[in-house]
Design a protein around this ligand. Structure first.
Ligand code: ASP
Length: 431
């Protein structure tokens, strides 16, 4: 990921001054202005002559969502291809790594679904249906059908249908093949793979840059949707969102406890030392909302503060920052359940199973950059027929929850490194 990040940081320096205000501050200002406008427009009692204006306030959020939906599939595709072509994973450790990643992510999603089913944050208040909400299409689910559907009819079809499972099948197939071709060519002293690798790196950077444009519009979207919600419904809907925030935080804390237990049982690292030594990485993750930007710090603390072997540190930190996003998976599953509760569309066990599966894939495909989870969440919603317009309301709290789940994403990478390091500390010879 090094080239794209360098280009992005160069680009940052040439931005106009208003775009250099931190996004969180922009969103905070947008929230304040939106609440004032919402109150001025009636706070739950709007006058009929303002109706069209109030309805149109949702337009920026609708456009942002459409753009996020459109970017989700290319982002996953190039992110997976890029990781496969550029990261080195030794054979046996690779298999262990895959098992660890899969179990941790599945546990994260199950914790998320459990907390959402128990606390039921969607029933703590009401949320208005955003204008133009799609018709809810409850689907009953046949797991075999899901299996049969995993292979698309045409290679580009998942990109068009926004089908995350099919997309990952395509991305993984091409990723594995391109990777194998690259090693064969390197062994034969050939370099024909290089142009493809460069093209993928450039495309990856291009998608991220376009995503950055869309994210630059998020404060405007938040302003519009919050002003509209306050104007039409007063503050009642935010009670429900507050419940959602509490539920997500509870689930993330439980996930952190799960990591500490695994570290205690499966590695030589002391969990307290793990927490203290990792604090630099957690704080950086929280303040940047990006596990990719945090990656060098994660790698550093794993080696210097926790004393892990370089091989385990690099596998967990480097591969993890790209593929392992447990906090994101947990969040996406909880969001789907929360919105289903809000709109009173019960998701049965089969549908929750689909949420588990698509959240796993969506989190694998979510790049370690701010708000990536919001982008791939559209795919989870689509898979169980939930209206994606509701994601506009989640945008208003995403700036905060993104930070929290990024810290958990990084903690997940560190846990994997500790487990790969095993039960015996590094000896002096290995140091
Ligand atoms: N911001 C997260 C990360 O960098 C991804 C997400 O949006 O969930 O890990």
């Amino acid at each position: 990921m090094s080239e794209p990040d360098t280009i992005t940081s160069l680009e940052t320096k040439t931005r106009p001054w208003w775009l250099r205000i931190p996004l969180t501050l922009q969103i905070a200002i947008a929230l304040l202005l939106a609440v004032s406008l919402g109150i001025a427009l009636g706070a739950g009692n709007p006058s009929p002559e303002n109706a069209t204006f109030i309805t149109n306030l949702a337009i920026p959020a609708e456009l942002v969502l459409k753009a996020l939906r459109a970017l989700a599939t290319p982002l996953i595709l190039v992110a997976v291809l890029h990781t496969f072509m550029t990261t080195t994973i030794p054979g046996t450790a690779g298999r262990r790594l895959a098992v660890l990643l899969l179990t941790n992510t599945t546990v994260a999603i199950l914790i998320g679904l459990l907390v959402a089913n128990v606390l039921h944050p969607g029933s703590w208040g009401t949320l208005a249906a955003p204008t133009g909400a799609e018709q809810v299409t409850g689907q009953s689910v046949d797991p075999w059908g899901l299996f049969k559907d995993a292979v698309p009819d045409a290679i580009l079809k998942p990109l068009v249908d926004n089908n995350v499972i099919q997309l990952i099948v395509i991305a993984l197939s091409f990723g594995i093949v391109l990777r194998a071709l690259k090693s064969e060519q390197i062994a034969q002293g050939k370099t024909a793979y290089q142009p493809i690798e460069d093209v993928i790196a450039i495309l990856f950077e291009a998608v991220i840059r376009i995503l950055n444009w869309v994210i630059a519009l998020v404060p405007l979207a938040v302003f519009g949707i919050v002003a509209k919600t306050v104007a039409e419904r007063g503050f009642a809907p935010f009670q429900s969102l507050a419940a959602f925030i509490v539920a997500v935080l509870v689930a993330l804390v439980l996930q952190a406890c799960y990591y500490l237990t695994r570290v205690k049982l499966g590695s030589w690292v002391n969990p307290i030392k793990f927490l203290m030594g990792g604090s630099d990485a957690f704080i950086t993750a929280f303040s940047t909302s990006s596990s990719t930007v945090t990656m060098p710090i994660t790698f550093e603390v794993l080696q210097t503060k926790l004393g892990l072997r370089e091989s385990s540190a690099s596998l967990g930190a480097l591969v993890g920052a790209n593929f392992n996003n447990d906090g994101t998976a947990l969040y996406e599953a909880m969001s789907a359940l929360y919105i289903s509760q809000v709109i009173g569309q019960h998701l049965d066990l089969g549908q929750q199973l689909i949420v588990v599966l698509t959240s796993i894939f969506a989190s694998v495909g979510a790049a370690g950059i701010p708000n990536a989870g919001l982008v791939t969440m559209t795919l989870v919603f689509t898979s169980v027929g939930l209206p994606t317009q509701y994601i506009a309301l989640l945008v208003t709290v995403d700036w905060f929850l993104d930070r929290c789940r990024t810290a958990i994403n990084v903690m997940g990478d560190m846990t994997v490194s500790a487990l790969l390091d095993g039960k015996k500390p590094r000896t002096l010879d290995e140091a």
